[in-house]
Design a protein around this ligand. Structure first.
Ligand code: CA
Length: 391
């Protein structure tokens, strides 16, 4: 089950800046922009941070040198976030751990450079690919505070109303009282119960005030799920599932699953959505096929599941023609796409079984670790339908 280690987007090495352009070939553009620096505009005097973003760009790629200055209280660790406007995709980074989900980028300190005094600054770099325009990001935020703002922490965006009313099944868990699951959802400890737990949580929610919390442990006995059968039954043979998930630990190198569906057409074995090599992955329990294949190229076509924020996960399982699609925050993940045409590094392994036609009978949200990893996860606003629901 273990594939080659994936080092994409988590590289962290000391890299002297003077050496960067020399190893990258033609430099056709140099841009240096500063945000929130004193004097650039009146509102910037109170900006909690400033970012200088310098580009060395060539056809199809670029490096960016990013210097971030902390103008607020001292910190011992930092996270800088921004959003690319186009198809920029980070391929490596130095002096920071950089991950990307769709167009959203998160850069975290590398430990040795986590401390920033008031007025202190640090510099990291990244390399990325792109096509078309390569606009400089405009929404840098340091530890959640916008660098072009007035120091007020960026509020959590108001969740877009979801069309639950149109879905065959939708549950935001607001009718769950107490801490024990009831009604359409039941706790499930499919193997033996160790330290894994599932409970109703009234302190964390994507919408409203309630969600499901799963504390998943590292061993076989720690598998814990909330199981539902009514949603899948309502959807029919073409199944679309949408839910919001938040979790605390980055997907590990080892194999994990946080969603399973019992496949009545496959001897009751599970379809598992989870991760391996730090990126999202589907796994078919009966023959251990993975989507994508766990080659470096396959893993690179998937994405990590962002931590400490709500993410919208959607997937489609078509029991009529045996296809699957998966979206993270509204963007389809190319490595999690199963169609009728074998694609190298993606779905050839899955398609090795002819005429695969799944028939899910339940939906389980929780945690199953096969390699010693643990995580805490929250689930909310779970919708099931016969057509795509959206975020
Ligand atoms: Ca809720």
């Amino acid at each position: 089950m273990a594939g080659p280690a994936n080092t994409r987007s988590t590289t962290s090495r000391r890299f002297p800046y003077g050496a960067v352009p020399a190893v990258l070939g033609a430099v056709v553009l140099m841009v240096s922009l500063a945000f929130g620096l004193p004097g650039t505009r009146s509102a910037s005097a109170a900006s909690p941070c400033a970012v200088a973003y310098s580009l060395n760009q060539w056809t199809g790629g670029f490096t960016a040198q990013v210097t971030v200055t902390n103008n607020a209280a001292p910190v011992t660790s930092w996270t800088l976030t921004w959003t690319f406007a186009g198809d920029q995709k980070v391929t490596s980074a130095w002096n920071a751990q950089v991950t990307q989900a769709g167009q959203a980028v998160t850069a975290r300190d590398s430990g040795y450079n986590g401390t920033l005094a008031t007025g202190g600054s640090t510099t990291f770099g990244l390399q990325a690919t792109f096509s078309g325009q390569n606009a400089v990001p405009g929404d840098f935020a340091l530890n959640g505070a916008r660098c072009d703002g007035d120091g007020t922490p960026t509020p959590t965006p108001t969740p877009t109303p979801t069309p639950c009313a149109q879905a065959a099944f939708c549950d935001g868990f607001e009718d769950q009282t107490g801490t024990t699951l009831s009604g359409a959802w039941q706790p499930s400890y499919p193997d033996c119960q160790g330290t894994g737990t599932v409970a109703v949580d009234h302190t964390q929610a994507h919408s409203g005030s309630t969600s499901i919390r799963v504390d998943g442990g590292a061993t076989y006995c720690d598998h814990a799920f909330a199981v539902n059968t009514t949603g899948v039954a309502a959807a029919g043979s073409v199944l679309y599932v949408r839910y919001y998930v938040r979790h605390a630990q980055a997907l590990p190198a080892g194999h994990v699953a946080f969603t399973t569906l019992t496949d009545a057409a496959d001897g009751g074995k599970h379809l598992r959505l989870g991760g391996q090599n730090q990126a999202l992955q589907w796994n078919r329990e009966s023959d251990d096929a993975t989507l994508p294949e766990q080659s470096p190229a396959g893993v690179a076509m998937s994405v990590p599941l962002p931590v400490n924020q709500w993410s919208c996960l959607e997937f489609a399982i078509n029991g009529t023609n045996g296809t699957m699609s998966t979206w993270l925050n509204g963007t389809e993940v190319s490595g999690l796409h199963l169609d009728g045409t074998p694609t190298p590094d993606v779905d050839r392994q899955w398609l090795s079984r002819a005429n695969w036609r799944p028939r899910p009978t339940d939906l389980r949200l929780g945690w199953e670790s096969y390699g010693g990893a643990r995580d805490t996860l929250w689930f909310d606003d779970v919708a099931v339908n016969g057509s795509r629901i959206g975020c």
